[in-house]
Design a protein around this ligand. Structure first.
Ligand SMILES: NC(=O)c1ccc[n+]([C@@H]2O[C@H](COP(=O)([O-])OP(=O)(O)OC[C@H]3O[C@@H](n4cnc5c(N)ncnc54)[C@H](OP(=O)(O)O)[C@@H]3O)[C@@H](O)[C@H]2O)c1
Length: 328
């Protein structure tokens, strides 16, 4: 076993609980400290998952000299502020998606990490998962021929609460940044950066974007459709329509994963995956592997990918008129 790393968790909300379950599986991760805006929440999270220390502010967590790497899971409206806080306290950082609200913010985070020679990665779940690796392996084998069309979708019905981060514009409310980011990741991974983007959004009572459709174009007349919404409930994933057949790359809400491969005129073949800890631990494995190897970014989710991603999200928002007051 390599070095054991002392982990901190900043913002102990729903996704942090899943990440902590993943960390507990890893021998080289020490569940060390939790920081919340409220001491009581930090204490109960620490007790539930076995963290040694807890703090009633993010500043105290970041200032703890023993914490080495921090997982940030505040709303995306606060990712830049919290990432800079941790980097300026000399911590390595893995920060949840969306990495920040816009390209300027992500560039500032990336510049700060590079200037300080610290590790920084966006916590993107799909690239580490077996279904994604299987899909890439099949595509790389050439058996399906070229991808002609991608259909990516992620929706769920979110109960309306104007103060909650899915509807509160000041917390970055947008189905695109919350869940539409996944079909965008699919398109960037399987196709690359689009030439042209068209998009239309639908807005709800708070003025936040609740549904969005985007179409990306690629050389050779190839297209990708992106759909996300807080108002419908359907499968999560993408369909790749290729020259010699089609492939569905999907996951359930429990993060179980399936790839359905169907060559034209033949029966479908199915590959199923049921990872421990919903597969969240692999992001932490990657962080510590990179730190062991002295790397400041991950070859699996390099900062250049996060920059392509946020630039694409900005382009979609611009087309669809999705704005966050005060921080275009
Ligand atoms: N990778 C994934 O699969 C995945 C899944 C879900 C969400 N996410 C991302 O993770 C982030 C958090 O999502 P979540 O679902 O865990 O949200 P959540 O349950 O609402 O937790 C967010 C936490 O952020 C802290 N926070 C700091 N400032 C806040 C503010 N002004 N308003 C509300 N909370 C604030 C709160 O903790 P304290 O007040 O205790 O400090 C809160 O518990 C989002 O960026 C989201 O996009 C990723």
């Amino acid at each position: 076993m390599g070095k054991k790393y002392k982990w901190g968790i900043l913002a102990p909300g729903k996704i942090s609980a899943k990440f902590a379950v993943g960390l507990k599986l890893l021998e080289n991760a020490e569940l060390y400290a939790v920081g919340s805006r409220e001491l009581g929440r930090a204490r109960s999270f620490a007790e539930e998952f076995g963290f040694r220390k807890y703090y009633g502010s993010y500043e105290e967590l970041a200032a703890d000299p023993d914490v080495e790497v921090i997982y940030i899971a505040s709303p995306h409206s606060h990712h830049k502020e919290h990432t800079l806080l941790c980097l300026r306290n000399n911590k390595h950082v893995i920060c949840e998606k969306a990495f920040a609200m816009n390209t300027d913010e992500v560039e500032e985070m990336v510049d700060e990490a590079r200037k300080r020679n610290l590790f920084l990665m966006e916590a993107l779940w799909p690239p580490f998962q077996p279904f994604y690796k299987k899909a890439k392996e099949i595509l790389n084998s050439g058996s399906l021929g070229n991808i002609i069309h991608l259909r990516g979708y992620f929706t769920f019905i979110a109960p309306y609460d104007p103060d909650e981060r899915k509807f509160n514009l000041s917390l970055g409310a947008s189905s695109l940044l919350d869940i539409g980011i996944y079909p965008v990741i699919d398109a960037l991974t399987f196709f690359g950066v689009p030439e042209e983007i068209k998009a239309i959004a639908a807005f709800g009572k708070t003025g936040s974007e609740e549904s969005i459709c985007a179409v990306f174009s690629y050389p050779g007349g190839r297209l990708a459709e992106i759909y996300s919404s807080f108002r419908t409930d359907d499968d999560i994933g993408c369909d790749l329509l290729c020259e010699k057949g089609n492939m569905q790359v999907q996951r359930g809400r429990d993060m179980n994963q399936v790839v359905i491969l169907k060559y034209h005129n033949s029966k479908p073949e199915e590959f199923n995956y049921h990872p421990d800890a919903m597969g969240y631990h692999w992001e932490a494995v990657e962080v510590m592997k990179c730190l062991d190897e002295g790397k400041t970014e991950s070859p699996v989710v390099p900062l250049s990918f996060s920059l392509d991603l946020i630039r694409t999200l900005d382009r979609i928002r611009k087309e669809a008129g999705v704005v966050f007051p005060g921080r275009e």
